[in-house]
Design a protein around this ligand. Sequence first.
Ligand code: APR
Length: 184
Amino acid sequence: MVPPTSSATRPRLVVVEGDITRQDVDAIVNAANTTLLGGGGVDGAIHRAAGPELLAECRTLGGCPTGEARITRGYRLPARWVIHAVGPVWRGGRHGEDELLARCYRHSLALARERGLKTIAFPAISTGAYGFPLERAARIAVRECRAFLEANPDFGEIRLVCFGPAARAAFEAALRETAPDRPD
Ligand code: APR
């Protein structure tokens, strides 16, 4: 019997409820805007926790288009890196929002892989100020993360960090819906 704590049995895609600024992973993902110069929500929380050097480094990046991501150091955060992803503003669902959100996850994960990182935590990108429907965003997030983990067996853990019970319920439902061993 494989001991429950062995890496062979530990899930590689997990949903947690908590504060992303406190996650001790290689990289946390920020739900940023195209200026990369900070904001409210999780963007504000990450900049507050990381300290002023984060904004100083962000200023050198020259912004980031929606659907893409940029990486900086984590400074005073427990996480060593911050990946700033720019999610789409929800405009009703007929302006490519789904694909732009999916690209945020794909680009963030690609940046982590390029740097040889093994653990990453995501917030629920675009589901706050940007108004993207939570359940729809959760399904996109889980689909993209599962695809990445299947294609990258050596990657460690992707943590989906929910800032409250509603988000947690939506992400756990998305996880259950797409569980690989789900009896069809
Ligand atoms: N840890 C984890 N998740 C958090 C935290 C936190 N400390 N704070 C907020 N969240 C959650 C929100 O509850 C929401 O589910 O992050 C999700 C994304 O919400 P926003 O931070 O509002 O981000 P988003 O909807 O992508 O809007 C981005 O808001 O803050 C500005 O500069 C940002 O312009 C950009 C826009």
